[in-house]
Design a protein around this ligand. Structure first.
Ligand code: SF4
Ligand code: SF4
Length: 658
């Protein structure tokens, strides 16, 4: 037996061992995922196939980051090319034959060689970024990353050695390539590099229809509380298979952390730690994030027990996740949007919130006050029904209130803000003026409107949400119209998406369209024009999370600002990358720990020196008015906050010489 034969046998044993370890570890991960509850992701198959080619093969989402994104894409494409080339190499070395890449497919060998160089280039860029110009959010796994980058680089280099060395040297380079490639294969499932397998699946099975529509809870189901059933989630056993896949897929890159308004303003919540801490818990390890340390301390103070319980049954809130972090989330969805591997932090977080409200009954006092106000007075402020009636009276006799049996074109949903909040009543007036100007056949409900319930759902109070949804669905069923128009993106989200779960039997979509006032008025302006003559000067526009990231409505507001005579100023963080005002998820109703999210955004607005800020959400208006007033320099350079529809009304007034 020659030395070469011995080396061949050793390499063969090593490869079989590595493959066995890989199979065993992947089976462990797969079993963990499959233990999750069902979550059907078989809708829109065509879109999912498109995502596979664009997002997975084309790396479209990753490439949104110019340097790191393209470097990662080069490595990924190189790996794809290698997966075939490595199998071919294995076959050649085992069989002694010429294989495909040196036989029938010899003409494409240069492509694989090109990808080997691409891997080396990508690795060099990633290494420089991580170890020379490291962004502050890249804090985890420095040494591990160095080892992995080196090994991947060597996999590329050994392939090139095998290609170009010639003779026996080629063969030994080939062995080295196989040893490294199979060693890496066995290592992958033990680390964050599991995303090589998890991310493509996660991309294809991501929630597509109705982004961030929350799953309805069956509040009438008989739950076996002694058997561990609960409303909401508080243990791994509650998680769906898609959430478990999310946990295992996280690459700990910190992009969600970088985008999060809570983290940016020094709150305990960090969406990366939220996912990573749950991941380490799921692996049976002690989570090491700051919030996890707080969670354990609070849990011990509250006497929460987890010792001795099976991992899947251990409580999560105030053991792995601090309850404080759940309330700090503004539900802005920036983390979900930023995540390169399609992790949905928010649905997990909101299900934990639901548990706190509905099962544990542990609600922040300010939230409890809002819930009580809604139950007793019918509105979150606790003003009472009379306030709605007063507003309707103040709007005057010209306002068109629905009469029984009428059919009309547009139902203008005034909403709690437009009825109860004095500043937003001005938005209601402006909307009515614009609708009258364009001759729209509209009606309003008057004082029979019931709060849409969006805030309660995202605050975890599914019971209150479902009551409001059912009342409003009955209200909608009593009238006949074509479009439901809102001035509040939270109403838009909830009517357009969350209410689909309350459709009557046999109906799979709302029998009317749901539009923002900006969409409705933009269409009117396109058809009928708008008087010229208004000069609003420089107007900065702040995107609301619920129109923007949740519903992709970005352009109509900008078009109206410009058409109304405004010189549009884009904020540095705009559209998908917009920064939350801080109000969402019920945070409007809480006394926020300083520095506030709205201050962070207001500072950015002040830097533009635009005297007017346009918004399309009453929450944003209230938060940013306060945030701007708190800025140094506001007294010298005040910024007036206006709803977009108020700018249109002003243009109409200017054109009429008012
Ligand atoms: S939804 Fe917004 S506030 Fe909540 S964790 Fe994600 S980025 Fe942070
Ligand atoms: S959740 Fe996504 S964005 Fe956040 S650290 Fe993990 S992979 Fe990165």
């Amino acid at each position: 037996m020659t030395t070469h034969d011995i080396v061949r046998i050793l390499v063969a044993v090593y490869l079989v061992g590595a493959l066995a370890i890989f199979t065993r570890l992947v089976w462990g991960k797969t079993s963990f995922i499959l233990r999750g509850s069902p979550d059907d992701r078989t809708d829109r198959i065509g879109d999912r196939i498109w995502i596979f080619f664009s997002e997975v093969i084309g790396q479209s989402k990753v490439r949104r980051r110019l340097t790191a994104g393209w470097a990662h894409a080069l490595v990924f494409w190189g790996f794809l090319a290698f997966s075939g080339a490595t199998v071919d190499l294995l076959w050649r070395l085992v069989s002694g034959g010429e294989g495909f890449l040196h036989g029938p497919l010899a003409s494409v060998t240069w492509v694989v060689t090109g990808f080997a160089f691409a891997i080396l280039l990508g690795i060099a860029i990633l290494a420089i970024r991580r170890f020379v110009f490291r962004p502050p959010y890249l804090t985890y796994h420095g040494i591990e990353s160095a080892v992995v980058l080196t090994v991947i680089g060597l996999i590329g280099a050994t392939y090139l050695g095998e290609q170009f060395a010639g003779g026996m040297a080629s063969t030994y380079w080939g062995y080295a390539h196989l040893v490294l490639a199979f060693g890496f294969l066995a290592y992958v499932p033990t680390s964050k590099h599991f995303h090589i397998m998890g991310a493509p699946v996660n991309a294809v099975v991501q929630q597509l229809d109705d982004i961030q529509r929350m799953d309805p809870m069956d509040l009438e189901a008989e739950l076996d509380f002694d058997g561990g059933d609960s409303y909401g989630w508080n243990k791994l056993a509650d998680f769906a298979w898609t959430d478990r896949l999310d946990l295992l897929t996280c690459i700990e890159c910190g992009r969600c952390q970088e985008a999060c308004p809570a983290y940016a303003t020094g709150k305990l919540l960090n969406p990366r730690d939220f996912i990573v801490d749950l991941k380490y818990h799921a692996k049976g390890e002690t989570p090491h994030g700051n919030q996890a340390a707080v969670a354990r301390t609070v849990g011990q103070e509250k006497g929460i027990e987890w010792e001795g319980l099976p991992l899947e049954q251990q409580p999560l809130v105030n053991h792995v996740i601090a309850d404080q972090t759940l309330w700090e989330c503004t539900t802005c969805m920036a983390c979900v949007q930023a995540c390169p591997v399609d992790i949905d932090h928010l649905s997990m977080l909101l299900n934990l919130r639901r548990y706190q409200v509905l099962d544990a009954g542990e609600v922040e006092p300010e939230y409890q006050k809002v819930f009580t106000n809604m139950e007793r007075q019918g509105d979150p402020w606790g003003y009472g029904e009379h306030k709605k009636t007063e507003t309707i009276e103040k709007l005057g006799e010209g306002v068109r209130i629905i009469a029984p049996g009428e059919r009309f074109e547009v139902l203008f949903w005034v909403g709690c803000w437009g009825l109860y909040d004095d500043r937003s009543v001005e938005t209601t007036r402006a909307t009515l003026k614009v609708l009258d100007h364009f001759g729209v056949d509209y009606r309003i409900f008057g004082d029979t409107e019931v709060c849409c319930g969006e805030n309660y759902r995202r605050m975890g109070n599914e019971l209150q949400f479902q009551m409001n949804a059912q009342m409003n669905m009955e209200l909608f069923g009593s009238v006949s119209f074509d479009r439901l128009m809102v001035t509040n993106p939270h109403c838009h989200q909830v009517f357009g998406k969350d209410y689909k779960d309350f459709l009557p039997e046999g109906m799979d979509a709302m029998p009317f369209d749901i539009v923002s006032v900006e969409e409705e008025v933009s269409a009117l302006v396109r058809r009928q024009g708008l008087p010229d003559g208004s000069d609003l000067g420089r107007v900065a526009y702040h995107d609301s999370c619920f129109y923007g990231r949740y519903n992709g409505i970005y352009e109509e507001q900008r078009a109206l600002v410009q058409r109304s005579g405004g010189d549009l100023v884009e904020l540095p963080r705009n559209r998908e990358e917009s920064f939350c005002c801080g109000a969402g998820g019920g945070n409007f109703w809480r006394e926020e720990k300083e520095p506030r999210v709205s201050w962070n955004r207001a500072a950015e607005i002040m830097e533009t020196e635009a005297p007017t800020l346009a918004v399309s959400c009453p929450f944003c208006m209230a938060m940013l008015e306060d945030g701007l007033k708190a800025q140094d320099g506001f007294a010298d350079k005040p910024v007036k906050v206006r709803h977009v529809v108020e700018l249109v009304a002003e243009a109409i007034d200017a054109g009429a010489g008012a």
